[in-house]
Structure formats: structure tokens, C-alpha cells
Design a binder for this molecule. Structure first.
Ligand SMILES: Cc1cc2nc3c(=O)[nH]c(=O)nc-3n(C[C@H](O)[C@H](O)[C@H](O)COP(=O)(O)OP(=O)(O)OC[C@H]3O[C@@H](n4cnc5c(N)ncnc54)[C@H](O)[C@@H]3O)c2cc1C
Length: 390
């Protein structure tokens, strides 16, 4: 998410994405030098022109043909998820010549399968407070700043979402009320809305499927706080399209299959790319290659050095989709502590309710499948909080 704040620094904000189409608006930033301001003004003109469209895939494909050993990209990004598209947009807005390749479609990996939350870092705040950890507090400030910026950049894809924290004894009421008030205080000008306590009657009115009695305990009320919710895949596509409008060459269905190295120094100077739509392969040259392949990072690293030790410890997170009546429109529910001390969310999403997530070791595959015990874990975590059968 660091891209959002950096783009704010440059006065850049995504103002409209319709379908798979993104447009930037760039405001004047008094802290920039005259030269930087000039190039930003040019960029703004280029992308705010309503007659300009995101170039076709064919055009993108041909723009890769224009790069050669003597005229390489400044940056070639491998992977078109949130990280890769964010890197591409950031780099192109700095005036660099950028290429990006994604072997499937943009956001087809982890970046379309998140819990869709724009966290403001409430969990880090708990750690910062109890461990006197300034590092964690800095993370909260950073997350809050990014949350505000992402929502401001793409208000058509991101919004504030109230999340209800059920409390089944008075200690929990005081604990969560004080903790979330502290969160409000730390948020300061980045606050979305103030948190507040609701009695059990008010809570059930707001969240009709909330159980008044759960696990033999009586609901004492809820504390509602606000975090952000985003359309993760469309936000990702918006980043890719905006980078393309700004001049980056972004190509989907194009896989890096090997790296090109200088004969004498073994230095990587580019990548061999397979266009999976045509089946043809071509070379792309770059001064710098960014590995943004998410869970597949190790496979890309091993293309560069087959002896590179693995770094990724893969873990899968499962969400289940429930019918809409499990959660009201515009209100989420948080199970603050599951049996193994984790947090489970139940959130309204595209007319349904999404609940999750889990965290268990897995193999790296493009389409990981949920196990029965993971589904059961989520159902167990939410069933005590609901008055409907799950
Ligand atoms: C269960 C779960 C819930 C989450 N919830 C949230 C949340 O609520 N909020 C939040 O902010 N974050 C959340 N996250 C984290 C967030 O989803 C990830 O940090 C983010 O999506 C990672 O993006 P990425 O671009 O690094 O990886 P990916 O999205 O996986 O992208 C990597 C891409 O690289 C491509 N690729 C791989 N190899 C090659 C190759 N050789 N050539 C070309 N392309 C290649 C893949 O096809 C893939 O599309 C969650 C993560 C998980 C697992």
C-alpha cells in the first residue's frame, strides 16, 4: 500500500475507473522542483485527456518489441498483482520506462482473494500498547495514513466499513471500548468515523442475526469501529490501467520463463517471456527486474539462480461465502478471539457475506482448495455469535 502515500506526495490520485479503465488526476504539489512539477503536469495532461484510452493488449505487446539491449526498460516487473502493479505505477510516475508481465490476468493471484479490508492497524495498536513497542505504533500510523490515502485515491472502489465487536461480559465492553477509543485518538485526522458502544438491543437492531446469547453467555453490547473495505481485484486492475495510461507497458497472459544473462558477468539483463495467448516467446531487456510474483517468488528466484535457497513459507487462508442474510448491508462483524486466538471477520461483500480467514501450511498452487477442517473452523468461530444456523 505504500504506493498510495507516495502518489499523494506527488499529488496523484486515481479519480475514476470504469470497467477495466483507470484515469489519474494530478494536483500541483508546492514541494516539488520546477522540473518534477513540469513532468507531472505533462503526465496529468496525458492521462486526464478524456479521449485517451488504455492501450490495447496488442499495442502493449508491440511496445515490448521496442526494447532492446541498447534500449532496455528501466524496470521490468514480474507479476501483475497488487505489489507488481503498485511498483509499476510508482516507477512510471517517477519518469522511469517500465514494463510489467503477468502470466495469468491482473489480480488473478492472491490480490483477488483477500479479506477486502484496508486495515488501519488496530491489531498493531494492541501490541504497541501491551509491549511498549514504538515500532508497532509506527506501523499503526503508517497503516492509518495508507488507509486514508487509498480511500481518497479510489473512492469508487473503497469505503469506510463499520465493524461490530460483540462483547459477552462487561470487562470485554470496557476493554474494547477503551482500545477502540485509543485507536480513534491515534487516528486523529485520519479517522474515518468515531467508534461507539451499542447496547445489546441496539446491536441486534443493527445486526439482526447477532445472537443475544452465545456459548452460555448473554450479550452485553457491542463496540462498533470503522476500517476500510476495498474491491481488491478492481483496485488492482485500476493500478495496472493507470500505470498503462501513464506510459508503462503492462502485459497480461505473458510469463517470464527464464532470465537473460550477460555472458561474462552472469548479470541479469532481461527476461525471456512467453505470450500464452499466441504461444510465441520474445526477449525483454531491462536495467532492473522486480520480482513481484507473490507466492511464486521462489520459482522466479530459482530461474535466476537454481541453487537459491527457498524463502517462502506458504500459508493458505480460506474464506467462505454465505447468503446475504447472515450480515446486514454495510456492517461487518468481528470475532475478536477464536479458540486458537485468531480473528475472524464476517463482512458484507457484493450482496453476500464473506467469512474468514484461516492460516495453515499449504503447497503453492494457483488455485488452492479449502479443506473441510478449515471450513469447519470458520463455521465454529462464527456460530456462537449468530442466531441463525450455519
Ligand atoms: C487469506 C488472505 C487474506 C488477506 N486479506 C487481506 C486484506 O484484507 N487486506 C489486505 O490489505 N491484504 C490482505 N491480504 C494480503 C494481500 O492479499 C497480499 O499481500 C497481496 O495480494 C499480495 O499481492 P502480490 O502482488 O504480492 O501477489 P499476487 O497477487 O499473488 O501476485 C503475484 C502474481 O505473479 C504472477 N506470476 C507468478 N510467476 C510469474 C511469472 N513467472 N511470470 C509472470 N507472472 C508471474 C502470478 O500469476 C500472480 O498474479 C490477504 C492475504 C491472504 C492470503
Amino acid at each position: 500500500m505504500a504506493t498510495a502515500t507516495r502518489l499523494k506526495g506527488l499529488g496523484v490520485g486515481i479519480v475514476a475507473v470504469t470497467g477495466a479503465y483507470g484515469v489519474l488526476s494530478i494536483r500541483r504539489n508546492p514541494t516539488l522542483s520546477e522540473n518534477d512539477q513540469q513532468s507531472l503536469d505533462n503526465l496529468r495532461k496525458k492521462i486526464s485527456d478524456t479521449k485517451v484510452f488504455v492501450p490495447s493488449r496488442e499495442f502493449m505487446r508491440s511496445s515490448f518489441m521496442n526494447c532492446s539491449p541498447s534500449n532496455p526498460f528501466d524496470v521490468l516487473v514480474v507479476g501483475g498483482g497488487a505489489t507488481g502493479c503498485g511498483v509499476a505505477l510508482d516507477a512510471v510516475s517517477r519518469g522511469l520506462r517500465v514494463g510489467l508481465v503477468e502470466r495469468e490476468d491482473f489480480s488473478s493471484g492472491t490480490s483477488s482473494r483477500s479479506t477486502k479490508l484496508i486495515h488501519g492497524g488496530v491489531r498493531y495498536l494492541e501490541k504497541a500498547f501491551f509491549n511498549f513497542d514504538y515500532g508497532q505504533l509506527k506501523l499503526v500510523f503508517h497503516a492509518l495514513e495508507e488507509r486514508k490515502q487509498v480511500i481518497q485515491n479510489a473512492p469508487h472502489l473503497c469505503h469506510a466499513l463499520p465493524c461490530m465487536t460483540p462483547c459477552f461480559d462487561w470487562f470485554e465492553v470496557v476493554y474494547y471500548w477503551m482500545g477502540l477509543k485509543l485507536y480513534d485518538l491515534v487516528a486523529g485526522p485520519r479517522l474515518l468515523h468515531l467508534s461507539r458502544y451499542y447496547s445489546s438491543e441496539e446491536s441486534v437492531e443493527l445486526f439482526p442475526t447477532l445472537a443475544k446469547n452465545g456459548g452460555g453467555r448473554h450479550l452485553k453490547g457491542t463496540v462498533v469501529y470503522y476500517d476500510g473495505q476495498m474491491n481488491d481485484s478492481r483496485l488492482n486492475v485500476g493500478l495496472a490501467c493507470t500505470a498503462a495510461l501513464a506510459g508503462a507497458s503492462v502485459l497480461n497472459h505473458a510469463e517470464v520463463v527464464s532470465f537473460l544473462k550477460e555472458d561474462d558477468s552472469n548479470r541479469i539483463v532481461g527476461a525471456r517471456i512467453r505470450d500464452s495467448l499466441s504461444g510465441k516467446e520474445f526477449d525483454a531487456y531491462a536495467k532492473v527486474i522486480v520480482n513481484a510474483a507473490g507466492p511464486f517468488c521462489d520459482a522466479v528466484r530459482k530461474m535466476a539462480d537454481k541453487d537459491a535457497p527457498s524463502m517462502i513459507l506458504p500459508s493458505s487462508g480460506v474464506h467462505i461465502v454465505l447468503p446475504d442474510y447472515y450480515s446486514p448491508e454495510g456492517m461487518g462483524l468481528i470475532v475478536p478471539k477464536t479458540k486458537d486466538g485468531r480473528v475472524v471477520f464476517m463482512l458484507p461483500w457484493l450482496g453476500r457475506t464473506v467469512a474468514g480467514t484461516t492460516d495453515s501450511n499449504t503447497k503453492i498452487t494457483m488455485l488452492p482448495e479449502p479443506h473441510e477442517d478449515e471450513i469447519q473452523f470458520i463455521l465454529d468461530a462464527i456460530c456462537d455469535y449468530l442466531n441463525v444456523k450455519v
